[in-house]
Design a protein around this ligand. Structure first.
Ligand code: HGY
Ligand code: MN
Ligand code: MN
Length: 421
């Protein structure tokens, strides 16, 4: 299949990425655009206008996912679509490209496909998922809502006092959380899902490849660990008469960290968020809630570490471990991986096949039987989830080009498949 007429424009993609980075921009170059915050809502409005300009039919579903659709000029408009997507929200004080690259490059790929004049044999969709980063409760919210995979009661839960639930944020934007089920779609509506993302690690830079072809995404297990003590006056209570919840939490943190290190190089574990109550200079901490996340490509390693951590938590008085979410590791579709590889060969682009230690909405699709692929581009010094997150513009353009070429190749494979039936 000759895709040489598809020409992604680096300048246009760069402008979109820089314009998007203004929403939630911080003085140090970081981004504060957590899901459904004011900055996120403004960014979403801006991006929907760009999608419409590109000729997409745009709507928001009941989970606030933004869906842009391009129907084929000829052929059935209800045929399964090829979807590209990612997220627009960012981690607190995050970078400019995590998620943002995938949606802007997806838009640029669709624009370039339209401009090529090549026939578009399937409907194409651009999906902007809500709260991939898990501001409200658990991550990949939008893609899970799209396939009825939310956890019971999840939309009413939050990560602690003063933090919004998803139901609250949906109401704030004028949506009825009671209708969240209406976001559900059938997997049969999708022929394939593709996501372009920054690698968020150092591998591509170290091997000198501008493109990563993702083979699989790690298993991610999330928990809360809670410790309880007794709050009291921090000036008058002697040290030996205290029950300090934060001191207990600190013991757990170091024990868990040691256990993860002992578990070997194939697994990582992070306690990344602490809520200390009541939380003041002069009050002994009465309770602590900590987040814990374990990631590995190896399910057995996760299970055995889970058991060790359970023992650590049990050994501390008034501490408990609450599993929140377990997203099984996934493998990418071999035909899609080969198609991405073919697109790289045709463009003369060096690539590297690799696993993803970061989670993505792309994890939601393979268990539903939807063929899924992911393309990575390098990030400078492997930095991500921080203000120093940087890319090279030429890599972004190459990524968008490979995405566009692959979309059209998959669409034409479908045509051939249909003809042979
Ligand atoms: O958590 C992750 O791995 C992703 O960056 N959201
Ligand atoms: Mn992220
Ligand atoms: Mn991301």
């Amino acid at each position: 299949m000759d895709t040489s007429a598809i020409k992604v424009k680096e300048d246009r993609l760069r402008k979109d990425l820089l314009d998007l980075a203004r929403f939630g921009e911080e003085p140090d170059g970081g981004i504060m655009r957590t899901a459904l915050s004011d900055a996120d809502l403004e960014a979403r409005r801006w991006f929907q206008a760009r999608m419409r300009e590109a000729g997409l039919r745009v709507h928001e579903d009941a989970a606030a996912n933004i869906i842009g659709r391009l129907d084929p000029a000829a052929g059935p408009t209800d045929a399964p679509c090829i979807a590209v997507g990612s997220h627009i929200d960012a981690v607190p004080h995050g970078g400019r490209f995590d998620g943002a690259l995938g949606i802007c490059a997806g838009l640029e790929a669709i624009r370039a496909i339209r401009e090529s004049g090549l026939p578009i044999p399937s409907p194409l969709e651009l999906l902007v998922f809500t709260d991939e980063e898990g501001r409200h409760f658990a991550g990949t919210f939008g893609s899970r809502a799209m396939f009825n995979l939310l956890i019971e009661g999840e939309i009413h839960r939050s990560k602690g006092t003063g933090k919004p639930s998803m139901a609250h944020s949906l109401e704030r934007m004028g949506k009825d959380p009671g209708r969240i089920g209406e976001a559900a779609r059938s997997p049969s509506e999708f022929r394939a899902y593709l996501e372009l993302h920054i690698e968020q690690g150092p591998v591509l830079e170290s091997v000198g490849a501008p493109i990563g072809i993702v083979e699989g995404i790690v298993d991610i297990s999330r928990y809360f660990i809670r410790t309880k003590g007794e709050s009291g006056h921090a000036g008058t209570t002697p040290m030996h008469m205290r029950d300090d919840a934060l001191v207990k939490a600190a013991r757990i943190i170091t024990a868990v960290n040691d256990a993860v290190i002992l578990a070997g190089p194939d697994i990582v574990g992070t306690i990344g968020e602490l809520k200390v109550e009541p939380g003041a200079f002069n009050i002994i901490p009465g309770s602590v809630q900590m987040s814990l996340e374990i990631r590995s490509m190896k399910k057995a390693a996760v299970q055995s570490l889970h058991e060790t951590i359970q023992e650590i938590v049990r050994s501390v008085d008034n501490a408990r471990l609450e599993p929140i979410l377990s997203k099984g590791g996934v493998v990418m579709d071999p035909t899609i991986m080969d198609t991405i590889e073919l697109s790289c060969h045709e463009q003369g682009i060096h690539f590297h096949r690799m696993g993803s230690g970061a989670g993505h909405d792309a994890m939601t699709f393979p268990p539903l039987g939807i063929p899924t692929g992911m393309i990575f581009i390098p990030c400078v010094n492997g930095k991500s989830h921080c203000p120093d997150e940087e890319i090279r513009w030429e890599d972004a353009a190459v990524g968008a080009q490979i995405l566009a070429d692959t979309v059209i190749r998959i669409a034409s494979q479908q045509m051939q498949f249909n003809k042979t039936r």
